[in-house]
Design a protein around this ligand. Sequence first.
Ligand SMILES: Cc1cc2nc3c(=O)[nH]c(=O)nc-3n(C[C@H](O)[C@H](O)[C@H](O)COP(=O)(O)OP(=O)(O)OC[C@H]3O[C@@H](n4cnc5c(N)ncnc54)[C@H](O)[C@@H]3O)c2cc1C
Length: 395
Amino acid sequence: MSELYDYIIAGAGAAGLSLAYHLIEAGLHEQRILLLDRAPKTANDRTWCFWEVGEGPFERVVFRKWNQIWFHGEGISRRLEIAPYAYKMIRGLDFYAFMNRWVAEQPNITVRYGEISHIVEREGGVEVGLEGQTFRGRWAFSSLYQPPPRNPRYHYLLQHFKGWVVKTPGTVFDTEAATFMDFRVAQQGAVRFAYVLPFDAQTALVEYTLFSPELLAPEAYDAGLREYLEGILGLGSYEILESEFGIIPMTDAPFPRRQSAHIINIGMAGGRTKASTGYTFRRILKESRRIAQALRQTGQPFYPEPAFNRHAFMDSVLLNVLEKERSPGKQVFSDLFRKNPPERVLRFLDEETGLLQDLQIMASVDIPAFVEATLEVIGRRLGRREPGRVAPRRG
Ligand SMILES: Cc1cc2nc3c(=O)[nH]c(=O)nc-3n(C[C@H](O)[C@H](O)[C@H](O)COP(=O)(O)OP(=O)(O)OC[C@H]3O[C@@H](n4cnc5c(N)ncnc54)[C@H](O)[C@@H]3O)c2cc1C
């Protein structure tokens, strides 16, 4: 006999846990919710940074927040006020621990651990398998990530990064401001930057990050971190307390929101990662809130989305500029922060700007490079061959 639920949430990471939280917040206390993952999370496997106005749903687990950010790039090296935003940091483990305690207090949420073997449609609902057990539900929400199939219409970059939490003997870090992007690191033919999240004047998480199609050899990230800490920040000695490595796909390839009639993809698996920046966390929170509200109001998890998202189109153009090296990424991001108020850039990256602000943003970058990229993106979408590409000779 399989157990019966209203909502089965497959994957209890950021998106699954956030959805469970928002379902209860929306007043769905009567529905039976099943939360599935491989194992309870006991490691600090990631750090989420994002910007937000005022307090968010997980304010209690915000580890640090800053009202200013540093940007070091081409023709700009400034500490920027980001009001009305604050740049916030949540440690994975704090979030998981908070959510585990919260889930334990919810009588309508059941948690099971094990490897999910399948999620399939069954007679007006879903069936999910987990280590030989089967569960039936009205809806399934899956954050089990599948890379999208390669298609020449789209762009495929990776954001890959390694970070160390370092402790220094002296006071060196600016506790009032996080470093958002520091492009003083050698670019070596890719988009490379560092960022710094200071915990206190002696401790910070320092990340060495690339946007590029391929990963580096493991020792190259360590070399990049050392070059930044010693060569650019001028640290003589430091202790490495923790280490983090991550890969976030930066692609404009479509991720189906709906696997089938009753199986909905959420989180990174549902395409919530912003293609041009890799930021995902706050978009996951927005998605969870909208799904929960839709379920509450209509009984269905669907909410309206524009047929054409111009921000997603602009992401494709930026990916094209970076992939084709039409303008160095260091230059693009420096132009954005040099020629616009930071609040406008952050609002733009959050896809909350209006047309006028978008035009102001567009006017601040290398226009010929972006026009070429726009034409190529349109051509690729229409299925045209890339300009200048000669078809391979047959025979
Ligand atoms: C190191 C790192 C740092 C990041 N930092 C930021 C950041 O600063 N800001 C930002 O906005 N985004 C960031 N991201 C991107 C994004 O926010 C995170 O990846 C986020 O965790 C995505 O949430 P998710 O729920 O989609 O996936 P996950 O959090 O990965 O959750 C998926 C869950 O599914 C489970 N699962 C998968 N397969 C199975 C299976 N077969 N059976 C059972 N369970 C399964 C996994 O165990 C996992 O718990 C970061 C990503 C990484 C990797």
